[in-house]
Design a protein. Structure first.
Length: 165
């Protein structure tokens, strides 16, 4: 399935870590398709059970999307690429404090307020989902998700899927 997706989408440039995406996003040389294709092939790869290299693709997806939005809105693509990178990283890994500290380390503290806002909004929007299904839910993100407390991300996903069906 993964190889078929690469072939059908002619997405060979998006295979592996695609480190070029981050640089292209910061330069404002990405499109919505860049972020979407990398998201699809990364999700298929992880869904097929291939592990490893989750963080760098998240950086690329976020930077590509942020850089594209920067060009679209006339704002600085490098700044929005940085915010996009942080937002996707935090939503995918459920680590808002780590994201803030990493952002200050990578980009210095001059935009720390923006880093905190993006980190916590993406953390909350991400719900009880993430790249690592074995991750424990110590404290629920919202009162309506209190039943997920103490379980894993995989348990929460299964419970929410059962509610939908």
């Amino acid at each position: 399935m993964v190889l078929a997706a690469y072939a059908l989408l002619d997405a060979w440039d998006y295979a592996g870590l695609s480190t070029w995406l981050s640089g292209a996003g910061y330069a404002g040389n990405t499109t919505l398709a860049d972020a979407a294709i990398k998201l699809v092939v990364t999700a298929l790869t992880l869904g097929a059970g291939f592990q490893g290299g989750e963080v760098t693709p998240l950086f690329g997806i976020g930077a590509a999307l942020g850089g594209w939005i920067g060009c679209l809105t006339g704002l600085d693509p490098s700044f929005l690429a940085a915010l996009g990178m942080l937002g996707v990283f935090c939503a995918g890994l459920n680590v808002p404090i780590t994201t803030c500290m990493m952002a200050i380390d990578l980009f210095h503290g001059t935009a720390a307020g923006f880093f905190v806002i993006v980190s916590f909004i993406s953390y909350l929007v991400g719900g009880h989902r993430g790249v690592y299904p074995a991750q424990r839910i110590i404290s629920p993100k919202r009162r309506s998700l209190i039943v997920d407390e103490g379980g894993t991300v995989a348990d929460a996903i299964e419970r929410h899927n059962d509610l939908i069906q």
